[in-house]
Write a protein that binds this ligand. Structure first.
Ligand SMILES: Nc1ncnc2c1ncn2[C@@H]1O[C@H](COP(=O)(O)OP(=O)(O)OP(=O)(O)O)[C@@H](O)[C@H]1O
Length: 284
C-alpha cells in the first residue's frame, strides 16, 4: 500500500502541489489523471523520494527490500546496452541479485525475450517500457509508479502493457499507481481514479462513479440503426452504422433493450467522455 497525505510542493512562486492526498492499496491499480502541468510527475517524484515535499507524509507498507519502484516520464535505459546488460547494471546499482537466473526472471516477468542481444536502442517503445518496468521491479517493490506509461504506444502496445500491469497487480499483489492525461486508457484499467488539476486533487473515487458524471452521450453501433424510427432524430456518427445519443446510463440501457425487442443487434456501445466536465466536477 502506498499513501501520501497533505503533500504540498512549490517551485519558487509556483504551487505545483497543494495538500494532495492519495492512496492505493496492495493489488489495486489506481489512476492519476490530469492535463499537462497538473502536477502528476511532481507527485510521483515525491512519492519515489526523488524530490522532497515542502510538507506532507508518505506511508509505504509491504514486503520487499525496496518498497517502491517506478518510471518517471520515460524509462531511463542505456541505449547501447542490451536488455540483459541494462538489467545487470541496474541490479548492481541497486544491490539486487544480478546473476543470470535473476536477470532471466526479470525478463520473463515483463515478457521480454531471453535471447535478444542487440542494443536496447533498437527496441520498440513498448519493449522499452517493459524493460523500464523490469528495472523498476529488480528490487521486488510492493508499489509501482508508472508516469504516462502508454505515451507513444500503438493500440496493440497499449493492450499488451495493460495486460502486464494487471498481472503485476494480481500475481504479485503490487499497488500500482499510473498517471495519464488520457482518461479513456485509465478507465478500463483502474479501479480508483484521482483527478488532479493545477496541483489539487479535484475528485477521487471508484472509476465508474467518477466517469459516470462525465458521460453525457453514448455511441451505439449496429446494422440498420438508421432505419429505426425512434432513432431518426439523432445524427449518424462516426459513420452510417453508428449513432450518437445524448442519454444517461439508465436511458441508454432502455434504448438498447427497446432495440433488441425490435431484433436490432448492437455491436458496440461506447460512452463519450466530456473531459472538461472531469476537471469541473465536485468531489464524489
Ligand atoms: N523542477 C522544476 N522547477 C520549476 N517548475 C517545475 C519543476 N518541475 C515541474 N515544475 C512545474 O510544476 C508544474 C507541475 O509540473 P509536472 O511536471 O508535475 O506536471 P505533469 O502533470 O506531470 O505534466 P505533464 O503531463 O506535462 O508531464 C508545472 O507548472 C511545471 O512547469
Amino acid at each position: 500500500m502506498i499513501s501520501g497525505r497533505n503533500i504540498s510542493k512549490s517551485y519558487g512562486k509556483l504551487q505545483a502541489l497543494q495538500n494532495v492526498s492519495i492512496a492505493c492499496n496492495s493489488g489495486e491499480i489506481c489512476g492519476l489523471v490530469g492535463a499537462n502541468g497538473a502536477g502528476k510527475s511532481t507527485l510521483f517524484k515525491i512519492l519515489l523520494g526523488l524530490v522532497s515535499a515542502d510538507s506532507g507524509t508518505i506511508t509505504l507498507q509491504g514486503e520487499g527490500a525496496k518498497k517502491i519502484g517506478g518510471i518517471i516520464e520515460k524509462p531511463s535505459l542505456y541505449p547501447y546496452l542490451s536488455a540483459r546488460e541494462n538489467l545487470r547494471v541496474f541490479a548492481k546499482m541497486q544491490n539486487a541479485a544480478a546473476d543470470n537466473k535473476a536477470i532471466d526472471e526479470a525478463l520473463l516477468q515483463v515478457g521480454l525475450s531471453l535471447d535478444r542481444e542487440d542494443p536496447s536502442r533498437n527496441y520498440s517503445m513498448g519493449m522499452k517500457q517493459r524493460l523500464g518496468i523490469a528495472v523498476a521491479l529488480l528490487n521486488k517493490p510492493s508499489c509501482l509508479l508508472l508516469d504516462e506509461p502508454f505515451s507513444g504506444l500503438d493500440p496493440v502496445g497499449i493492450q499488451a502493457l495493460k495486460k502486464l500491469i494487471v498481472s503485476l497487480a494480481k500475481d504479485y499483489g503490487m499497488a500500482i499507481l499510473i498517471s495519464s492525461h488520457i482518461v479513456e486508457v485509465l478507465s478500463t484499467l483502474c479501479s480508483k481514479l484521482f483527478v488532479i488539476h493545477n496541483g489539487e486533487i479535484l475528485q477521487q473515487g471508484p472509476t465508474q462513479a467518477i466517469l459516470s458524471k462525465c458521460v453525457k452521450s453514448y455511441t451505439l453501433c449496429g446494422n440498420d440503426l438508421q432505419k429505426v424510427s425512434f432513432l431518426k432524430k439523432y445524427s449518424a456518427a462516426p459513420h452510417a452504422n453508428c449513432i450518437t445519443i445524448p442519454a444517461s446510463a439508465t436511458e441508454i440501457s432502455g434504448i438498447i433493450f427497446k432495440l433488441s425487442e425490435q431484433g436490432i443487434a448492437i455491436t458496440s456501445c461506447t460512452p463519450r467522455l466530456d473531459v472538461a466536465q472531469l476537471f469541473k466536477a465536485t468531489a464524489v
